[in-house]
Design a binder for this molecule. Sequence first.
Ligand code: CP
Ligand code: NVA
Length: 311
Amino acid sequence: MGVNLKGRHLLSMLDFSAEEISAVLKTARNLKTNPAERAKLPLKGKTLAMIFQKPSLRTRVSFETGMTQLGGHAIYLAPTDISLGKRETTEDIALVLSRYADVIMARVFGHEIVEELAKYATVPVINGLSDFEHPCQILADLQTILERKERLSGLKMCYIGDGNNVAHSLMYGAARMGMHMTVITPPGYEPKESVTKKAKEVGAATGSTIAVTSDLSAANGADVLYTDVWASMGQEAEAEARKRIFKKYRIDAETMKIANRDAVILHCLPAHYGDEIDYATSRLPNSAIFDQAENRMHAQNALMVHLVGAS
Ligand code: CP
Ligand code: NVA
């Protein structure tokens, strides 16, 4: 296939080229739709160590179930189990886990923690969400968009809400894959300037345009509408204030009138119904939010097969 990801880390959506992302998405589709591919147990005998500093439903269960499906084993390390950086240094944790496990996944607060794990680990490290990026989510999102629209390049994706980790990875993913991306946030809650600048640079080479605005009418003509919680994990103290600031920045019946009628609705979940999305809109036939959740498993299975698998 010409793509070899063996031994690589995935910390950022920019870590992989468009060709590499496409290869993972192709494997994800194969693993999802072809039981015979899963029956080959491409992760047989492999162990995944999963470090969590934050709560999770999808990330934990999709990685763990995926490992079981493909013949491997996953170990859940709760925040209090290893107390990353307190009981033991990140460097030592990376070195020790590399002696047992074939791949490490970590969900952390500071992005520098996954970078440090990757610096010292001798096995691939996967970012299972940091305050800065959430690349596994975006692999699943791209798979979901492909299922609904049969292409990525040239589509217009519109993200409404907080310029957070998910927004950052979406911008990078869109730029890599030639999708147009508009991020609509309240003033002061835009994605990091460095991310916007970098996404624009990457997009210039793929025909993707990246825009950031506070104008909700920019959702006009969107093929994909995406939102996420207004207050991310670690921002709980700001949640009430953000509810007032973000009030208009949501996906609801009004947004659906602005976007294309057949716009795919995405949300990485967990959702706060009535805030960033209303329940009725989340249940429209256009909504692919539970396909997204399922595809976390297929996309990550594919990722792990490419990073550590036998094939
Ligand atoms: N979307 C996502 O990462 O969900 P969890 O926080 O439940 O893992
Ligand atoms: N932006 C959210 C995503 C949760 C999957 C958070 O970081 O909490």
